[in-house]
Design a protein. Structure first.
Length: 185
């Protein structure tokens, strides 16, 4: 049952809200029927954990030894390597943003991107991230502008991957091949 809104300011806010909802409805429509759509409905604090579980499950299902990291400097131990897992669903602009890349105690970063009906994966040695931070297309400081140095994010358009990132994966199959080459598989 709907109730009438009598306060003019609340009416104004409701009108603006209705206008905005059309933009968000388009985004939701792209995910209709997707096996990944449920992830979009979860709170942001859970989405990263879901990404970690997806990567861990995928690697284990492909025969790799996967355990939880004993500390917060890495997310998982995969084949004896400390791995940071970054996860992104497709943004409205058609790209992924892998956030909160830091110089912590891990050896590899696995970046998993989910589209409504596709997935992408890049596997980056930590040193590659550090060497290209702020100079490679798409890898910029997340806080503090160009002078920020504590966290970075990686923006990737899966249809226009920067040259420096292409050898690190792309499709799930390509990403897994890179992972195997880096863990000695």
């Amino acid at each position: 049952m709907t109730r009438p809104i009598t306060d003019p300011d609340v009416q104004l806010l409701a009108t603006i809200s209705a206008t905005l909802s059309e933009d968000y409805a388009e985004d939701e429509a792209a995910w209709l029927g997707s096996p990944f759509a449920w992830i979009k409905s979860r709170p942001s604090r859970q989405i990263g954990a879901i990404g970690e579980q997806l990567v861990a499950g995928w690697c284990a299902a492909k025969g790799l030894d996967v355990t939880k990291s004993p500390d917060s400097n890495a997310d998982r131990i995969i084949e004896g390597r400390r791995v940071e897992i970054k996860f992104s669903t497709l943004w409205k602009n058609g790209g992924y943003k892998f956030q909160q890349l830091r110089d912590q105690n891990y050896q590899l970063a696995i970046c998993l991107g989910l589209s409504p009906f596709d997935a992408h994966c890049w596997v980056l040695p930590k040193q590659l991230i550090l060497d290209n931070w702020g100079t490679a297309p798409g890898l910029v400081s997340q806080h503090g502008g160009q002078t920020g140095s504590d966290t970075a994010w990686l923006s990737v358009d899966p249809n226009n991957v920067p040259e420096w990132l292409k050898p690190q994966g792309g499709s799930l199959r390509q990403g897994f091949k890179v992972l195997l080459s880096l863990v000695g598989g």
